[in-house]
Design a protein around this ligand. Structure first.
Ligand SMILES: NC(=O)c1ccc[n+]([C@@H]2O[C@H](COP(=O)([O-])OP(=O)(O)OC[C@H]3O[C@@H](n4cnc5c(N)ncnc54)[C@H](OP(=O)(O)O)[C@@H]3O)[C@@H](O)[C@H]2O)c1
Length: 259
């Protein structure tokens, strides 16, 4: 089943589930992306820092899937903060990837004083129609508030670490209040807690794997998820999460895992 589309604050539609490709080596990208596309994924989350933009682009190009049906996210890296640097970094990513749907500031650090200038460069890219939506990653409430106060465009997305053990409730509430979509990185907490007793018990109850149970929790929370796997069977497993629904009391049990 194809992942549902969520509508971002400027009307752009994004699949609620995509494939994250951090730490997927360039040589592994063709198999990972082909497997993902064959399993219904249409969204890929990469970054200049991941070193695999050209391979991602090539794998998508050779798939034969029309570009308008795909959604590509990439990010400006920490060493490229500032207005002109960011425009140049975007040009490099666009040269590798072609069209970019969503462009994010990867981190507000390390040059804290520069991210507002970086954001102004993203606003320009949006106004020139070079990207369909712009957003941020790893921004806290204070940093988001600064963008809201000092710039024109509200970020469409904030991509942050989020999983049952780090639920980010105050930040998610802030996002909701301001129309910013929450996107979860490390949605599976890198697999560290998939043997948690609450998770394994609920997975058994629904006849799903622990990873599927966790991804379903995200989807019902309304977050966008980008689980990473370089393993074809897991890439397929992580997409098979649209045929069951967690009951309210099970969502409450999962809320208790936040630490
Ligand atoms: N904006 C940021 O600063 C930032 C930071 C980190 C990540 N991200 C993005 O978020 C994506 C996902 O985050 P992540 O890679 O940190 O963590 P993740 O998706 O939570 O977990 C990935 C790890 O879990 C394993 N895994 C995947 N599916 C599994 C399954 N069904 N069962 C058991 N283990 C499974 C993977 O192993 P195998 O690959 O060996 O199968 C890998 O070791 C990244 O790829 C990247 O696109 C963004």
């Amino acid at each position: 089943m194809a992942p549902p589309l969520l509508t971002l604050n400027n009307g752009t539609k994004i699949p609620q589930l995509g494939l994250g490709v951090y730490q997927i080596r360039p040589a592994q990208i063709p198999t990972a992306i082909t497997t993902a596309l064959n399993s219904g994924y249409r969204s890929i989350d990469t970054a200049a820092m991941y070193g695999n933009e050209p391979e991602v682009a090539e794998a998508l190009r050779t798939s034969g899937i029309p570009r308008r049906d795909l959604f590509i996210t990439t990010k400006v890296w920490n060493t490229d903060h500032g207005y002109d640097n960011t425009l140049r970094a975007f040009d490099r990513s666009a040269a590798a990837l072609g069209e970019i749907d969503l462009y994010l500031i990867h981190w507000p650090q390390p040059q804290h004083n520069l991210y507002v200038e970086t954001w102004r460069a993203l606003e320009r890219l949006l106004h020139e129609g070079r990207v369909r939506a712009i957003g941020v990653s790893n921004f806290g409430i204070q940093e988001l508030r600064r963008l809201l106060d000092e710039t024109d465009v509200i970020p469409a997305v904030n991509q942050v670490e989020l999983h049952p053990w780090q639920q980010q409730a105050p930040l998610r509430a802030f996002h909701t209040e301001h129309g910013i979509a929450t996107e979860a990185w490390s949605p599976l907490a890198r697999g560290r807690h998939l043997n948690d007793r609450v998770i394994t018990a609920l997975a058994a109850k629904y006849g799903k794997t622990p990873a599927q149970l966790v991804l379903r929790w995200h989807l019902q929370l309304g977050t966008i998820v980008i689980p990473k796997s370089a393993t074809p069977s897991r890439i397929r497993e992580n997409a098979a999460v649209f045929d069951f629904e967690l009951a309210d009391d099970d969502l409450l049990a999962l809320a208790e895992l936040d630490s």
